[in-house]
Design a protein around this ligand. Sequence first.
Ligand SMILES: CC(C)(C)CCc1c(C(=O)O)[nH]c(=O)[nH]c1=O
Length: 312
Amino acid sequence: ADISTTLAGVKLPNLLFNASGVCCQTEADLKLMVESESGSLITKSATYEQRDGNPSPRYNPLPGGIGSINSMGLPNEGYEYYLNYAKNYDYSSKKPLFISLSGLSLADNVKMCEAFVAADLPCVLEINYSCPNVPGKPQMGYDFEAMEHSLSVLAPIINKPFGIKLPPYFDIAHFDQAAAVFNKFDNLAFVTCINSVGNGLAIDFETEEALIKPKDGFGGLGGLMILNTALANVNAFHRRLPGKQIIGVGGVVSGKEAFLHVLAGASAVQIGTTLKEEGPAVFARVAKELSDIMIAKGYKTLEDFRGKVKTL
Ligand SMILES: CC(C)(C)CCc1c(C(=O)O)[nH]c(=O)[nH]c1=O
């Protein structure tokens, strides 16, 4: 079956790629993504300066395949590394390149966006709004006023289709408020839902220890356990953002969850925890599983069922 898609005006040979943060920090990581059966690839969220990130252990899978917890602390090579990668990328290849930016301040995001715009490259920007805000205030994605102000500055600078990575929302009023902000920006072409579910705590029963070192063991949750929250966020914004697209991410362990993300409204699907645990071979597996599901159900393309979840 045809699992290709178009996102922000660029064609992806298939709808699957990595979630920013997984298999994408170094050129060696990104080479694995280019060589994989993914339809695209996105870089680790870049900050203005290089960052080592938090002390390890800072990522851990959870027992029983239910998911993962991480508090990486934005380790990355600094934005110029990814700008250079984007300058050298082979855009004649079938795979479009996405770049994630996560400035620690609006000023940093402005400087990074201006540098990418000046380079005038075909890559697509995804701004990470799970990025920190002023200390003591909630993350940007949960500060609607700050997020609107940030977008009012960045959207005109970027001046072409771009997207934003969002934390999960859990309140209908928040879906409404967030969508009201996003609908103000015509070149905000897509939203990527969801980032990890923030500040979970994983404890080892035997040792009675937290699984990760940073933040007293508090970290973002990913994997199968966040699937239903992810599907809700994908569908909530699919319903509320006419003319915009949704990238679905969260809980994709097989073709079945990728299918559900498209049914909820996703135009592309990213994989995080399962990619971290299984490696880049996951893309060939999930692509085949999704294609087989579509054939079994009589669907030829993603448009045949995108957003067509039935309510009772
Ligand atoms: C959580 C932040 C460090 C503020 C942003 C980077 C990030 C991280 C990270 O680098 O810890 N982990 C996630 O699951 N999602 C993210 O967006």
